[in-house]
Design a protein around this ligand. Structure first.
Ligand SMILES: C[S@@+](CC[C@H](N)C(=O)[O-])C[C@H]1O[C@@H](n2cnc3c(N)ncnc32)[C@H](O)[C@@H]1O
Length: 491
C-alpha cells in the first residue's frame, strides 16, 4: 500500500505534526472544549470561529485536515510541512490547496495517533451532497463501541476484519504483537496504511473479502465492526455487505471460529432482525449453535423499521422524507423479511471445549462495558453455564466486590414509611440494577462465601415459613442469573 519512501515521509511528517501540537490535546487546547466536541458532531463553525486570526502551523493543520478548508499556499504559517503532505497525496491544488482526506488526531491518554479517512458528506472544500460508494468512514459511534468493549489482554496475533480507516487496528497495536487488517475497499486500505504510518504502527494490511485474505491462519483476537446494516442492495461498501436480511452476522459467526486459536476470542458488532411471531433470541441463538465457541450475544438497542431506515439514510447524507424512493425501497425490503424491529448489539465468541450460549438484552445497562468487563462477563458466564444444579447446591457463593444492596422505602404521610423494593447494584459497574424478590434478598444477605446454597435454602425456608422446594426453585434460578451478571461469585 505504501512505498518505503512513503513510510519515511510519513515518519517525518508524524514528527512535524506532533511537534506542532496537532494532537487530540493540542487541538482541544487550541479551539476549546465546545468547538472540539462540536467537531465530533460534524459541526465546524465553532472551530472556524475559534481559529479566526490565529497564525500557526497547528491552526493551518486543523483548517486543512479537520475543517476541510481551501487554503492559499502563500497564507500558510512558516514551517508548514507542505512538501510532505503533498508527497503523501494528502492534499491537492497548487496556489490553493485542500485536503483529499480527513486526518484526525486520535489516541489514548498516553499515545498520539492519526486516523486518515474520507471527509464526511455535505461539507468542506469540495463538498459533495452524497458520499461515494467506496467512502471510507472516520471514527464513529460504532467504532468507539467496539474499541471500548474489546478485551485488551496481551496477545500474539490479532485480526481486524473490515479495518476501514484502521481505528481498531490502532488500538490492537498496543497489546498485540502482530496485527493483520483486511478490507475489500482498496481506498480504505490506503487510508489504514496511512493511519498506521502516521501513528508509528506496523500492520499487515491485506485486500480481500472478510476472512479470505487470512485463509488457513489463526488469531488470538479477532475484532470486526463490519458493514452490518440490514439494507437492500449494496450502495456503500462501509455500510451494506450485500447479504440478504441479517445474513452477514450469521455468516461471520459461522466462519470466525475456524480462524481462532485455542484460547482465541472474537468481538464483533452486528444487527439482527426481530421477525414477526419469532423470538429474536432464538434467531441469534441459532446463528451460534454448533460453531464450537462459547457465545455471548448482547442487544444494546432496538429500533423500529422507520427509525432504522431514517437513521442510515441520514447517516449517508440522504433526505429522510417518506416520499423518498430509497426510503420506500428500504421499507419494502424490511417488510419482505417480516421485520418488526432491528436489534443492535455485540457478539463475543471464545474457543471452548464446553461451548455455551448466552443471549440477553442489555439496553437498560448504565453504560457499555469495558473490555475488562467483557472478559469478566465471559468468565462469569462460563462458571454459570458449566455449573450444574448439584454443583450449585454445594457451592459457597459470595457477593462480588463493589456490590451494594439498597432498600428504597418511600415516605407516605405523617411520618410513615412504606417499604419499597430492594435493589442490587454496582455503583462502579455497567449492569442495570436488579430488583430482588423476598427469597433472593435473603440469599444475598447470607451469601458469605462459607455457607452452601443447600444450607441457605433450609435456613431461609425456616425464616420465611416457606416450603424448601419453593425457596430452592426461586433461589437457584435467580442465583444463576446473578452469577451470570457478576453480582455473585463462586469462589
Ligand atoms: C463500518 S466500517 C468499519 C471501519 C472500522 N473498522 C471502524 O471500526 O470504524 C466497515 C468496513 O468494512 C469494510 N468492508 C465492507 N465489505 C467488506 C468485505 N466484503 N470484506 C472486507 N471488508 C469489507 C468496509 O470497506 C469498511 O471499511
Amino acid at each position: 500500500m505504501l512505498t518505503p519512501d512513503d513510510r519515511q515521509i510519513a515518519a517525518r511528517l508524524r514528527q512535524t505534526l506532533v511537534a506542532a501540537g496537532f494532537t487530540a490535546d493540542g487541538v482541544l487546547n487550541l479551539i476549546g472544549a465546545q468547538a472540539y466536541s462540536a467537531l465530533s458532531r460534524d459541526e465546524f463553525v465553532p472551530a472556524r470561529r475559534a481559529l479566526r486570526g490565529t497564525v500557526s502551523v497547528l491552526a493551518d493543520l486543523v483548517r486543512l485536515f479537520v475543517i476541510d478548508e481551501m487554503i492559499d499556499v502563500d497564507q500558510l504559517a512558516p514551517g508548514f510541512p507542505l512538501d510532505d503532505v503533498r508527497r503523501l497525496g494528502l492534499i491537492e491544488g497548487a496556489e490553493q490547496i485542500h485536503a483529499v482526506v480527513d486526518v484526525r488526531p486520535y489516541g489514548e491518554p498516553d499515545t498520539d495517533w492519526y486516523v486518515v479517512s474520507d471527509h464526511s458528506a455535505g461539507r468542506g472544500a469540495m463538498a459533495k451532497s452524497e458520499v461515494d460508494p467506496d467512502h471510507v468512514l472516520g471514527v464513529g459511534g460504532a467504532s468507539l463501541t467496539l474499541a471500548r468493549i474489546t478485551p485488551r489482554s496481551r496477545v500474539t496475533r490479532a485480526l481486524d476484519i473490515g479495518t476501514g480507516c484502521g481505528v481498531q487496528a490502532l488500538h490492537l497495536s498496543r497489546h498485540c504483537d502482530e496485527v493483520v487488517a483486511t478490507d475489500n475497499n482498496l481506498r480504505a486500505l490506503r487510508c489504514a496504511a496511512l493511519s498506521a504510518a502516521l501513528s508509528d504502527c506496523e500492520w499487515d494490511v491485506r485486500a480481500g473479502s472478510f476472512l479470505e485474505p487470512v485463509a488457513g491462519e489463526s488469531f488470538d483476537l479477532i475484532v470486526s465492526n463490519p458493514p452490518f446494516v440490514i439494507s437492500p442492495g449494496r450502495r456503500y461498501t462501509y455500510r451494506d455487505a450485500g447479504f440478504p436480511a441479517d445474513d452477514l452476522g450469521r455468516q461471520l459467526v459461522a466462519d470466525i471460529p475456524g480462524y481462532l486459536s485455542r484460547d482465541g476470542v472474537a468481538v464483533l458488532l452486528a444487527n439482527w432482525l426481530h421477525v414477526q411471531d419469532e423470538d429474536w433470541r432464538e434467531r441469534v441463538t441459532e446463528w451460534v449453535t454448533g460453531i464450537g465457541c462459547s457465545a455471548w450475544i448482547a442487544q444494546r438497542d432496538v429500533q423500529d423499521p422507520t427509525q432504522y431506515v431514517g437513521l442510515w439514510l441520514r447517516d449517508a447524507g440522504d433526505a429522510g422524507s417518506d416520499q423518498d424512493e430509497r426510503y420506500n425501497q428500504w421499507c419494502d425490503a424490511l417488510a419482505s423479511w417480516r421485520t418488526e424491529a432491528i436489534g443492535f448489539g455485540w457478539i463475543v465468541l471464545a474457543t471452548s471445549d464446553r461451548p455455551w450460549i448466552h443471549v440477553e438484552d442489555v439496553s437498560r445497562a448504565s453504560r457499555q462495558p469495558t473490555g475488562a468487563e467483557v472478559l469478566a462477563t465471559m468468565q462469569a458466564l462460563t462458571v454459570c453455564e458449566t455449573t450444574d444444579a448439584l454443583a450449585l447446591l454445594s457451592s459457597r457463593p459470595q457477593i462480588a466486590q463493589g456490590v451494594v444492596v439498597r432498600s428504597e422505602d418511600h415516605y407516605v404521610k405523617s411520618g410513615n414509611w412504606a417499604s419499597g423494593p430492594t435493589l442490587l447494584s454496582t455503583p462502579e459497574g455497567w449492569r442495570e440494577d436488579q430488583f430482588l424478590d423476598v427469597v433472593t434478598r435473603e440469599f444475598i444477605r447470607r451469601c458469605d462465601g462459607e455457607s452452601t446454597v443447600e444450607g441457605l435454602v433450609d435456613d431461609i425456608a425456616v425464616d420465611l415459613a416457606m416450603d424448601p422446594d419453593d425457596v430452592l426453585a426461586v433461589g437457584l434460578f435467580r442465583l444463576r442469573e446473578l452469577i451470570a451478571q457478576g453480582f455473585v461469585v463462586l469462589p
